[in-house]
Design a protein around this ligand. Structure first.
Ligand SMILES: NC(=O)c1ccc[n+]([C@@H]2O[C@H](COP(=O)([O-])OP(=O)(O)OC[C@H]3O[C@@H](n4cnc5c(N)ncnc54)[C@H](O)[C@@H]3O)[C@@H](O)[C@H]2O)c1
Length: 260
């Protein structure tokens, strides 16, 4: 049965880990019929993810690559287009976090977070947008920022800065790419218990995890597939007239304390 994204090709970065938000996005897009290219810097899970996609009846392709490497990103888009013929949807999702108080920040960690979250996201958007413009049929770009785009958390000052930066970036892209019928939006996950949070200082004990749960108005963590369905909305026909926006998918976490 044809889905709302049948015939579309999507690229999702940071989607190799089965617990990741990227994989939740890939599943949601595949469930709507999209063929999906899954990228990750870690090649370990890619073959299995591709088999999982094929089992859903769509085409899947795994591409190992570091989104912070400009050449790798260009090669990734070229390889994806060579295999599937086009690119309609970019989910620029890959990101990293390091927990450090401002006064303890190491230059290496700061550089990593800036390189992946900021430079990598920008590079992926540019490579995808160029391909979409060349195709001449529009496109959809959805960035995974964070609830930290609009909230302040201690111990993640650089991470928070890279996520907040998505507001002017997405707004500017939405303006510049609108003449090409390319929409640009970002989603703000709240708390998802992916591998990213395994080392979070406040999640090392059952009490800490329960404390996080109680901080969410809906009293639970979010699921990667729930982030994916928000991306599928932006990627599908219902999102055609929506650009330059931010959608928190956070159980209400962002309306709590520390909001801006
Ligand atoms: N988990 C959360 O609670 C949460 C909340 C808000 C925002 N986010 C954001 O969601 C996105 C996905 O996070 P997640 O929770 O799935 O993290 P994760 O660590 O579980 O998964 C991220 C994936 O990206 C890959 N990756 C890391 N650096 C890469 C690079 N340079 N190039 C390509 N792949 C790379 C990792 O190998 C991993 O498989 C990130 O941008 C993160 O900041 C997560």
């Amino acid at each position: 049965m044809a889905g709302r994204l049948t015939g579309k090709v999507a690229l999702v970065t940071g989607a190799g880990d089965p617990r990741s938000i990227g994989w939740g996005i890939a599943v949601a897009l595949a469930d709507e019929g999209a063929d999906v290219i899954v990228n990750d810097i870690n090649p370990a899970g890619l073959d299995t993810r591709v088999a999982d996609l094929q089992a859903k009846g769509v085409r899947g392709l795994g591409i190992q690559g570091n989104i912070a490497d400009v050449n790798a990103v260009e090669a990734m888009v070229a390889q994806g287009v060579a295999a599937f013929g086009r690119l309609d949807v970019l989910a620029a999702n890959a990101g990293v976090i390091r927990w450090e108080h401002f006064l303890d920040i190491t230059p290496q960690n700061a550089r990593l977070v800036l390189d992946v979250n900021l430079k990598g996201t920008i590079t992926c958007c540019r490579a995808a947008a160029r391909q979409m413009i060349a195709q001449g049929e529009g496109g959809r770009i959805i960035i995974t920022s964070s609830v930290q785009a609009s909230m302040h958390f201690p111990v993640t000052p650089v991470y928070g800065a890279t996520k907040h930066a998505m507001f002017p970036f997405v707004g500017t892209l939405a303006l510049e790419l609108a003449p090409h019928n390319i929409t640009v939006n970002h989603i703000g996950p709240g708390w998802v218990r992916s591998a990213l949070n395994d080392k979070a200082p406040d999640q090392q004990t059952a009490e800490g995890i329960e404390g996080n749960r109680q901080a969410v108005p809906l009293k639970r963590d979010g699921l990667p597939e729930e982030m994916g369905r928000a991306v599928a909305y932006y990627a599908g026909p219902d999102g055609a007239y929506v650009t330059g926006t931010y959608l928190r998918v956070d159980g209400g976490l962002g309306i709590g304390k520390y909001s801006i």
